[in-house]
Design a protein around this ligand. Structure first.
Ligand code: HPA
Ligand code: ZN
Length: 319
């Protein structure tokens, strides 16, 4: 039995496996610039975050209808359930779809068709988190939040993703204030490729409750002390860090040092179709390569439920 866990850092568009990409391409009459799934997989050799994002956005061309988004989410939930995920807080990137002429309605309702029945169909509870693309303008983020207003019964929170360097959190102060006023929970990617100062800014300016990645916090001892003191959860994604070359190899990952420092770490898969593993695979890899004890792995799983946007009853049931 895999360890029960919550997944808190998962981009649904990053769960698009090559097989499903080709199936959806055929269904929608989209031509992919790859001969087959093998050729597509060969393109998964990334130098950095941007080289991944280029392919990640390009492949979204196959996602067009509610059915596509439902199939994508359902496939993810089935895989996650098989790897011990009992609760999943799922990011989606509406601006990337709106820009292609796919309306907010199609995206949210399609995802919800799978998420809304997931407790019954997969025994996985879910939350949906709308992410703003930080390399788009603050005005575009605000328009996106406005477009999401009719769907707020389906959306638990907002996040911030895409190319980090040069797009500091403070650029999105106004939209995060508006999101907070609507009762939405707040998270943001920070300290993946960007500096520790972006982590501080996400906390102080955006009021985030969790930091997605937060890896580079380790460069600033005062920030580490604060994150420990305030028990700020970090949603770490070690397989992603290796594939995007934020760390050289998994053996070099600072996870053990972060746990030793007392940081509230969680383990997540980010974009599992691209980075070589889902949540259970990630636990297996850090156990094998970083030699974490069973106690440490249980601590990581426990943290994932504590850091989730669940109330106490839901948390008990999910565990
Ligand atoms: N980082 C930033 N943006 C993203 C990622 C990531 O790992 N995956 C999808 N969007
Ligand atoms: Zn991410």
């Amino acid at each position: 039995m895999p360890l029960p866990k919550a997944e808190l850092h998962l981009h649904i568009e990053g769960t698009l496996e090559p097989e499903l990409a080709f199936e959806l391409a055929a269904r929608n009459g989209v031509t992919l610039p790859y001969a087959d799934t093998g050729a597509l997989r060969e393109a998964y050799a990334f130098d950095d975050l941007q080289s991944f994002l280029d392919l990640y956005y390009a492949l979204m061309a196959v996602l067009r209808t509610e059915q596509d988004f439902e199939d994508l989410a359902d496939a993810y939930l089935a895989r996650a359930a098989a790897q011990g995920v009992r609760h999943a807080e799922i990011f989606f990137d509406p601006q990337a779809h709106l820009a292609r002429g796919v309306p907010m309605d199609t995206v949210v309702e399609g995802l919800w068709r799978a998420l809304g029945r997931s407790e019954r169909s997969h025994r996985v509870s879910t939350r949906l988190i709308l992410c703003f693309l930080r390399d788009e303008s603050a005005e575009s983020a605000m328009e996106t939040l406005t477009a999401a207003r009719p769907h707020l019964d389906r959306i638990t929170g907002v996040g911030l993703d895409s190319a980090e360097v040069g797009h500091p959190p403070a650029k999105f102060r106004a939209v995060y204030e508006a999101a907070a006023a609507l009762g939405l929970r707040r998270v943001a990617h920070a300290g993946e490729e960007g500096p520790p100062a972006y982590v501080t800014e996400a906390l102080d300016v955006l009021g985030v409750e969790r930091v997605d990645h937060g890896l580079r916090s380790m460069e600033d001892p005062a920030l580490v002390a604060r994150l420990v003191r305030e028990r700020v959860p970090l949603t770490l994604c070690p397989l992603s860090n290796v594939r995007l070359r934020t760390v050289d190899t998994l053996a070099d990952h600072p996870l053990p040092a972060m746990l030793e420092a007392g940081l509230m770490c969680t383990l997540n898969s980010d974009d599992p179709a691209y980075f070589g593993g889902y949540a259970g695979d990630t636990f297996d890899a850090v156990r094998a390569v970083l030699g974490l004890t069973d106690d440490r792995l249980r601590e990581l799983a426990r943290n994932s439920f504590l850091a989730a946007f669940l109330d106490d009853d839901e948390e008990r049931r999910a565990r």
